[in-house]
Design a protein around this ligand. Structure first.
Ligand SMILES: [Zn+2]
Length: 214
């Protein structure tokens, strides 16, 4: 697991795994991007910037996108969270889906309480809206940015949607499925494994949650 900046206690565990040349995902790798088989999917031990000379630029981009996700977490998709009584019951988790060219395709905020829907997590809503907008379920090349480590359901949905990259903020040791409790996103038994960047603006992301639970 690579972290941006270095996540707590995650550095250096394990080493680079060999590239999997049979993996269809390798065909979609863009120039300058770490290959999923080599750097991108390894997680621990992979050095950012070795495979990708644009590592610093990518980190900046991820942080910029995370600020947008935090904004969504705090204000809601239409900026109305907190304005009426409804949305404030929901744990503030925000997600934004970006297209391959960096276009914002969709956003989602956790709406479980608001809608009474157990699957209405920020990531699922963002995926659904992007798929609707694009008219297809495959979201190759897209990056999902979310303020909290995805749960098993969301990690599964991200894999099913073929999202290329997942960027998340705060770690969720109790339910996280992107390295904490499980690592569904990079389970080597699955054909599709997104690149994962965890701990992006971790302090800010955790602060939003802490403020909610206080
Ligand atoms: Zn979830």
């Amino acid at each position: 697991m690579r972290s941006e900046p270095a996540g707590p206690g995650r550095a250096g565990a394990g080493g680079a795994e060999p590239a999997d040349a049979t993996d269809p995902a390798l065909g979609t790798v863009r120039p300058g991007q770490p290959t999923p088989g080599a750097a991108g999917r390894v997680g621990p031990g992979a050095h950012e910037g070795l495979a990708d000379p644009d590592g610093a630029g990518r980190r900046q981009r991820h942080e910029l996108w995370m600020r947008r996700a935090l904004e969504v977490a705090v204000t809601g998709p239409d900026g109305s969270a907190g304005a009426d009584g409804d949305a404030v019951d929901d744990i503030p988790v925000g997600a934004v889906l970006y297209g391959p060219d960096g276009t914002e395709l969709s956003i989602g905020r956790n709406e479980r309480e608001l809608t009474g829907d157990p699957t209405a997590h920020a990531e699922v809503l963002a995926l659904r809206r992007a798929a609707e907008r694009l008219g297809r379920w495959r979201l190759d090349g897209c990056t999902l940015v979310v303020t909290l480590e995805p749960c098993t359901m969301c990690a599964g949905a991200l894999v099913l949607a073929r999202v290329s990259t997942v960027v998340f903020g705060a770690w969720e040791p109790k339910t996280g499925a992107a390295g904490s409790l499980w690592d569904v996103l990079r389970d080597r038994r699955l054909n599709h494994r997104p690149e994962v960047y965890g701990g992006v603006l971790e302090a800010e992301s955790a602060a939003v949650l802490r403020a909610f639970f206080r």
